[in-house]
Ligand binder design. Structure first.
Ligand SMILES: O=C([O-])CC(=O)C(=O)O
Length: 163
């Protein structure tokens, strides 16, 4: 999907109603601009739920993973990211780490994360799916529309929302 938007223009257009995430992410996927409806996972050094979700239909959504900011284990690597591409996810935003970054850079998906660590995460699937998660000074609600580009990550309420 080709996206033509700019987060800076969205800020100018929407003003304070746009939520802007302050986290300074690194870009890992090949797509540097991506947008989609938010789904969420909260977990800590365990990517069992991330793996399950990204191995199911993405419907153009962006998976926002609050890994508590831990850089101790990778929440996504090349296999999970390839599954996300195959299942139609638009992107991943991880408050945590990735691995296999050289391969991630070749995949047609947006991936933002804090950094890298080659260590695997646990696979106990402990955590929470599709509840609001907060980091970088904003709350990500399932159903929000997320826009991400070279300048940052911003959020608008989903159209189904009454906000
Ligand atoms: O399995 C994991 O935890 C992450 C990984 O290496 C992959 O996605 O290839």
């Amino acid at each position: 999907m080709t996206e033509s938007f700019s987060t800076a223009d969205l800020v100018d257009e929407h003003g304070p109603s746009l939520r802007v995430c302050d986290t300074q992410f690194r870009q890992f996927g090949k797509l540097t601009a991506f947008t989609g409806r938010v789904r969420t996972v909260q977990c800590y050094q365990d990517n069992g739920l991330v793996k399950q979700l990204l191995n199911s239909h993405g419907d153009g959504c962006v998976l926002v993973v609050d890994g508590g900011g831990s850089l101790h284990t990778a929440l996504t690597g090349d296999l999970i990211a390839k599954a996300a591409v195959d299942n139609g996810w638009a992107g991943l935003v991880l408050n945590g780490a990735v691995r296999d970054s050289a391969t991630l850079a070749t995949l047609p998906i947006g991936i933002k994360a804090l950094g890298t660590n080659p260590r695997k995460s646990a696979k106990d699937a402990e955590g929470v799916v599709d509840e609001p998660v907060s980091f970088g000074g904003v709350t990500f609600h399932p159903g929000d529309v997320l826009y991400s580009d070279e300048d940052g990550v911003v959020l608008l309420p989903g159209t189904a929302s009454s906000e």
